[in-house]
Design a protein around this ligand. Structure first.
Ligand SMILES: Cc1cc2nc3c(=O)[nH]c(=O)nc-3n(C[C@H](O)[C@H](O)[C@H](O)COP(=O)(O)OP(=O)(O)OC[C@H]3O[C@@H](n4cnc5c(N)ncnc54)[C@H](O)[C@@H]3O)c2cc1C
Length: 582
């Protein structure tokens, strides 16, 4: 990897070994020892000669197309890959860049493990089908491409002819891609980009809708009617031009998919029931599609929030998030099953769920400051409080409400939870009980969810906070100790979900499993769980705080109406200070 000039900026006035030692110190600080080892393998003089002024020598271009995988970790319905084949360069280089922006502090171990599994699967498919491989580079994409687009280093002997990728509408990605596009332009490398992460190209969809962005299902259904069915998914290419001769052998060790440990993670506590990758995602989808009664009868509000092994919904969200499964492939799979039978309709149907996803992307693409309250026209200004202790109790599943704690511990242990469990914990954090900002809750979800998705996560947190135009009425609050007939659709009178994720309560009789603080002391002793000692007392009195919060919310709305204020700058926002992650 060509990192020397970027580490030192100016001309090389020092002998090579001195420069190399300095570069190593700099790299170790930035990426850690493992990445340094990978970089050092290619920064040897033979692989990358440094000239007297520290700049790489000019080399003739290579007739190669670089396909940059980011999301879209798949071979099916991959427009960039198909185009790379059609353009018929001599060589195609499939590349993934491990960006230090996504690091242990901001991405939980389960999602990172899912990503690495997805990369391993992609690498394996590329080898098996085409005799190619995935080249995994590390570093800031702007730095990595600074070198690749100038000299071809570390994977080519000269700069490539073309660079291709699937577009990503998240703010961080848009900024990153604009920088890489600029580098390509400066180096005379042609860039071609494609829409493929959603059913419709967001830009074209909004244009066709005369600038209007749907924020509810009827508007989305109308837009889908206007646009017609999305483009058919593209077939997996039968052939792929090879890597340049010598590349696989030269880069084999340094550019393989790293292990979790190399990336600074301890292994996850248990084997995931969501193995990463296109193969696992397509298998999961095809299994679901085989069950036409399930597909045609799917009604989201009737799916059970406490079902976890297997879940009552498809569990496809992590695969859609990373693009291991194409949304269009999913759409046509549903259409095929629906064609033969009477079936449920949006918003409750599975097609309705894909349309919710589409709405989130259209909103995220067009609403300014979508990720925060301040300056966001889709967010009413609510003066949320600050309380790090309560936030930590919620994040760690120590609120004293077993259903809330089970869901939060499922989030941190597994990385996935049912939609209605997400409703319960999100309502509890904001308007229901703790009166804390949805931005803080969204950030916690963003760290731990396997399917953490900038657009979808934000749209749903806005909804549950009560502050968005698409929110349910703010005064309708979930009970954190839900009854069996509540809208949270718990359907678990034995409390098996709680027993799984909150083992302290595993022996609590079912009469008290949702409200253990009401159990007589003898019952607590027999269950080996004394409330206040082995498991916390409720951190709030739900009846009292929910009534207070409804009154506060009402007051905030009437003050906004009186002052005509739009958006707010009052909410604390981690995300306002740093760019969000994919
Ligand atoms: C507070 C909160 C935060 C959320 N954060 C995320 C997130 O970061 N990433 C994410 O993918 N989903 C998020 N959701 C939406 C939803 O809960 C998940 O998509 C769903 O539970 C995933 O399980 P599934 O794949 O079995 O869903 P299914 O019901 O099988 O739905 C199929 C697909 O449709 C899409 N979908 C379903 N529900 C929604 C929805 N409400 N909004 C947008 N798309 C939807 C997803 O891609 C999902 O995989 C959030 C919901 C809430 C209430």
């Amino acid at each position: 990897m060509h990192l020397w000039p970027c580490c030192f900026g100016g001309p090389a006035t020092h002998p090579l070994p001195v420069l190399r030692r300095r570069a190593q110190r700099c790299l170790r600080g930035i990426f850690g020892a493992a990445a340094l080892a990978a970089v050092c393998l290619t920064s040897a003089p033979a692989a990358f000669p440094v000239t007297a002024v520290g700049m790489p020598p000019k080399r003739p271009p290579t007739d190669a197309a670089v396909v940059w995988f980011r999301k879209c970790l798949r071979l099916h319905d991959n427009a960039a890959l198909v185009e790379a084949v059609e353009v018929a360069p001599q060589h195609v280089c499939p590349v993934f860049v491990i960006d230090p922006h996504f690091a242990p502090g901001s991405v939980g171990v389960n999602r990172f493990a899912f990503l690495l599994e997805s990369l391993r699967d992609l690498d394996c498919q590329l080898r098996k089908r085409y005799g190619s491989r995935l080249l995994v580079l590390r570093g800031k994409p702007e730095t990595v491409f600074g070198s690749l687009l100038q000299t071809g280093e570390p994977v080519l002997k000269g700069k490539p002819r073309l660079l291709m990728w699937e577009r990503d509408t998240e703010p961080y990605a848009r900024k990153r891609d604009a920088a890489v596009e600029k580098l390509a332009e400066e180096n005379g490398v042609e860039v071609r980009t494609f829409a493929g992460h959603t059913l419709y190209d967001p830009e074209e969809a909004i244009k066709a809708n005369k600038g209007k962005v749907p924020n509810a299902m009827p508007a989305m259904v109308a837009l889908a009617k206007l646009l017609g069915d999305p483009p058919m998914p593209l077939k997996t290419p039968a052939k792929l031009p090879s890597l340049p001769v010598g590349v696989p052998a030269r880069v084999d060790k340094a550019f393989s998919v790293p292990s979790l440990e190399e990336m600074g993670y301890d292994p996850p506590p248990e084997k995931s029931s969501f193995p990463g990758g296109e193969s696992a995602g397509l298998l999961r989808l095809s299994e679901k599609l085989k069950d036409s009664a399930y597909i045609c009868g799917f009604q989201k509000p009737k799916t059970r929030s406490t079902a976890f092994n297997p879940p009552s919904t498809t569990g496809l969200s992590p695969y859609l998030k990373f693009g291991c499964v194409s949304a269009r492939h999913f759409f046509y799979g549903l259409k095929n099953v629906y064609a033969r039978k009477k079936h449920s309709q949006p918003p409750e149907s599975l097609l309705g769920q894909l349309y919710f996803r589409e709405i989130a992307y259209l909103q995220g693409f067009s609403v300014p400051n979508f990720e925060r309250q301040a300056g966001n026209p889709a967010c009413k200004p609510i003066p949320w409080g600050k309380n790090p202790k309560l936030l930590a109790a919620w994040e760690q599943g120590r609120t004293g409400f077993p259903f809330i704690d089970a869901a939060m511990r499922q989030l941190t242990r597994v990385g996935w939870l049912h939609h209605l469990a997400r409703h319960a914990v999100a309502c509890f954090l904001c308007r229901g009980d703790l009166w804390l900002s949805w931005e803080q809750g969204r950030d916690v979800f963003d760290k731990y969810l396997l399917d953490a998705d900038w657009s979808i996560n934000t749209m749903n947190w806005l909804a549950l906070s009560g502050a968005a135009p698409w929110s349910p009425p703010f005064f309708r609050v979930y009970n954190p100790a839900p009854k069996m007939d509540s809208a949270l659709n718990v359907q678990d009178p034995e409390g098996n979900y709680i027993r799984e994720f909150v083992p302290e309560l595993s022996k609590m009789p079912k009469e008290y499993i949702y409200t253990p603080w009401t159990a007589p002391l003898e019952v607590q002793k027999a269950a080996k769980c004394i409330i206040g000692k082995d498991y916390p007392r409720p951190v709030v009195d739900h009846a009292k705080v929910s009534a207070e919060n409804i009154a506060r919310f009402k007051r905030a709305l009437s003050e906004t109406k009186a002052t005509g204020a739009k958006g707010s700058s009052g909410a604390s926002s981690r995300s306002a200070k740093r760019p969000r992650k994919a």
